[in-house]
Ligand binder design. Structure first.
Ligand code: 2RA
Length: 329
C-alpha cells in the first residue's frame, strides 16, 4: 500500500536526509512532492533515480492527494502549515519543536513509545535530537529499575544548527561573521544552545527535561540538563547520570541495554573502545558506553550516549514514525 508523501523543507539538511533514508528503507512511495521556500523553488532533487522539482510552499500546496507530510522547516512554518494539512486529513510528522509539548500531539520514538501514534489527531512530533538518543536506552532501564533522577550533560555537534553551524566551525577562529553562534565555535565550547529563558536554562535544556518526561509517560521524573555546543560536525554525545529506585547488579544493566532494540553497547575502556561521534556518522543506532556504577549514591550509574543527530536524531526517527503510520493503517 503505497502512499502519497510530501516533504516540507525538502532542500534543508534534514529534508535531504529524509529522501536518503526513505530510499535506503524502500519507503512505499506512490507520489512524492517537495516543498521549500521561494529561494529554493525550481531545484531538482533525486529520489529513487527520478528527478523531482521543488515547489514553493503556499496555501494551495496541499490541494492534491496527500497521505503524509514530513516537516523540517522550522517552527514558524510548522505552526502555520501543519494545521492546514491536518484539516485536509493529511497526517503531519513534524521535526520542529512547534507542537512537541501540545497535549493533543504525540511525541514519538518508535523503539520507546510507538503506541502513542494511536491517539494522534493529525500531527505527530519528532522529539529533539538529543532527547531521542537518550530515551532509547533510558526506556528499558526505566521499565526494569525505575528511574528516579537524571542529570544530562550534552556535547552537541554543529550540524544541529544546520548549514550555518558547519560554516562557523569550518571558518575557524576567523568566523568573522558568525552565521549561527555568538562566539567562535572552533577550538571552543559554547554552553548555549537555543535561547536563554528567565530561569537561567536554555530552551534546549528545557526540551530535554520536558520531552523526556512526556515520552516516558512519567511527570515525576527529576531531571536536570546542561547542553553544550562542541566543535564536532556530526554526532551528539550525552553524559547521563541516572539514579534508580531499585537496587541492581551491573551485569543486569548491561544485559538490559544489550538486549534492547536500536542500541549498540561499545564498552571496553581498557581497549579504547567507547562510542565517538566520528564512528556514528550516517548510522541509525544509539551507541552506549562508559557504563559504570555511580558510587556517590545508592542506586546510580553513569553512561555515555552517542548518535548521529541528523539521522536517528531527526530524519530516520521521522521516517520510522511514518512507517508506523502506514503499518497501523
Ligand atoms: C541542536 N538539538 O542541536 C538542536 C536542534 N537540532 O541545535
Amino acid at each position: 500500500n503505497k502512499v502519497n508523501i510530501g516533504i516540507v523543507g525538502a532542500t534543508g539538511m534534514v529534508g535531504r536526509t529524509f529522501l536518503k533514508v526513505m530510499e535506503e528503507r524502500n519507503f512505499p512511495v506512490d507520489n512524492l512532492y517537495l516543498f521549500a521556500s521561494e529561494k529554493s523553488k525550481g531545484q531538482k532533487l533525486i529520489f529513487n533515480g527520478n528527478e523531482h522539482e521543488v515547489e514553493e510552499l503556499n496555501e494551495k500546496s496541499f490541494n492534491r492527494p496527500l497521505d503524509i507530510l514530513l516537516f523540517s522547516a522550522g517552527g514558524e512554518i510548522s505552526k502555520k502549515y501543519a494545521p492546514m494539512a491536518k484539516n485536509k486529513g493529511i497526517v503531519v510528522v513534524d521535526n520542529s519543536s512547534a507542537w512537541r509539548m501540545d497535549s493533543n500531539v504525540p511525541l514519538v520514538v518508535p523503539e520507546v513509545n510507538p503506541e502513542d501514534i494511536n491517539w494522534n489527531e493529525g500531527i505527530i512530533s519528532n522529539p529533539n535530537c538529543s532527547t531521542i538518543q537518550c530515551v532509547v536506552p533510558l526506556k528499558p532501564l526505566h521499565e526494569t529499575f525505575k528511574i528516579k533522577r537524571i542529570i544530562f550533560s550534552t556535547y552537541q555537534a554543529v550540524s544541529g544548527s544546520g548549514v550555518g553551524g558547519l560554516t562557523d566551525l569550518e571558518n575557524g577562529l576567523e568566523s568573522l561573521e558568525p552565521q549561527k553562534y555568538p562566539h567562535p565555535i572552533a577550538f571552543n565550547c559554547l554552553p548555549h544552545i537555543d535561547e536563554f529563558t528567565d530561569n537561567g536554562y536554555t530552551k534546549e535544556e528545557i526540551k530535554m527535561i520536558e520531552e523526556t518526561k512526556k515520552i516516558l509517560h512519567d511527570e515525576k521524573l527529576k531531571i536536570t540538563s546542561t547542553t553544550v555546543r562542541v566543535p564536532v560536525r556530526y554526532g551528539h554525545c550525552v553524559s547521563a547520570n541516572i539514579e534508580f529506585e531499585k537496587q541492581f547488579e551491573m551485569d543486569e544493566i548491561y544485559n538490559t541495554l544489550k538486549s534492547s532494540k536500536g542500541i549498540i553497547v561499545l564498552d571496553d575502556g581498557k581497549n579504547n573502545i567507547y562510542p565517538m561521534p566520528i564512528k556514528v556518522e550516517g548510522k541509525d543506532e544509539v551507541y552506549v558506553g562508559r557504563i559504570r556504577r555511580d558510587f556517590s549514591i545508592d542506586n546510580g550509574i553513569n553512561m555515555w550516549i552517542v548518535a548521529d543527530n541528523i539521522r536517528k536524531g531527526a530524519a530516520t526517527n521521522t521516517v520510522q514514525i511514518a512507517e508506523l503510520l502506514i503499518k497501523n493503517k
